[in-house]
Design a protein around this ligand. Structure first.
Ligand code: SF4
Ligand code: SF4
Ligand SMILES: [Zn+2]
Length: 274
């Protein structure tokens, strides 16, 4: 396997991965979405709510706020030695919200939470939660837990994780008369006309839509668009819960663990049969 980093920052990562197949790359994608844990609000105790929204709607909104996650200091509730349904300091973080509109209408934002661990807070202070009219109050306690996307979408550490085949574009110098129609129609500006030639300017941007092939007046076509069978562009975008690189490294650890478990199951089965 060969990996080339096309783009990487705290939130986004784009890799060119060669030498793998669809089952592998899709397994990695699914693990990123469903198995890499992150933190989310899991339970809310409403102490006072005189807003116009029901408790359940507010609780649902709170659950979907992405939170900065600390995977090294906290346990998944099912793996925590406390074995308590209420949790302990190693598997639960408490947030409190105590807001009131004293004058006119005001919006309550995610930055107004107080956390028992200042490192575990919403990824942005500017996520609107609710509007309060004059004299309306909202007081609540929210319990954050680690969880996995396979149990609820609020525990997905990514807002997007996709892969696509690496495109392969060939222009026949014999058949192409450089009419430029393929350049004009391409929605992603992949192709460019230089002197009397068509060249591929931005291969990665190609969506394999085939519009350039359809528009080509030559018969047979002077341009061919296909894809490499074993090379993929893998992209992920973190919600901000974890750095993009950490999400991918956790996913590879989980994949490795699952494969080892699978291997040991096969060995058990074989020894039972023999
Ligand atoms: S397949 Fe679509 S995106 Fe790719 S080069 Fe042709 S027109 Fe552009
Ligand atoms: S449309 Fe066909 S003939 Fe015209 S420039 Fe493109 S590849 Fe060449
Ligand atoms: Zn615990």
């Amino acid at each position: 396997m060969e990996i080339e980093v096309l783009e990487k920052d705290d939130k986004n990562m784009r890799l060119l991965i060669r030498g793998v197949n669809v089952p592998f790359i899709n397994a990695l994608r699914r693990i990123v979405i469903t198995e890499v844990p992150c933190m989310a609000i899991d339970e809310v105790v409403m102490i006072e709510n005189s807003s116009i929204l029901q408790d359940e709607i507010i609780a649902h909104r709170l659950g979907l706020i992405p939170l900065k996650t600390d995977l090294d200091s906290y346990n998944l509730p099912e793996e925590c030695p406390c074995k308590s349904e209420f949790g302990c300091n190693l598997c639960r973080v408490t947030l409190t919200l105590d807001v009131e509109s004293k004058e006119g209408t005001r919006t309550v934002y995610s930055g107004e939470f107080k956390s028992e661990n200042p490192d575990i807070m919403p990824v942005s202070n500017k996520i609107p939660i609710i509007k309060l009219a004059k004299e309306q109050k909202l007081r609540l306690e929210a319990y954050i837990r680690l969880g996995k996307g396979k149990n609820h979408a609020k525990w997905q550490p990514v807002s997007m994780c996709t892969y696509k085949y690496l495109p392969k574009i060939e222009v026949s110098s014999k058949r192409c008369d450089a009419c430029g129609k393929c350049v004009e129609i391409c929605p992603r500006k992949v192709l460019a006309k230089t002197e009397n030639r068509i060249e591929v300017r931005d291969l990665m941007a190609c969506t394999l839509c085939q519009d350039c092939v359809t528009v080509c007046p030559q018969n047979p076509k002077a341009i061919e668009v296909g894809w490499e069978e074993d090379a993929f562009i893998f992209s992920l975008e973190s919600t901000g819960a974890l750095p993009s690189e950490r999400i991918l490294s956790e996913a590879t650890k989980i994949l490795d663990k699952q494969l080892k478990e699978f291997e040991s199951q096969i060995k058990v089965k074989k020894s039972e049969e023999s």
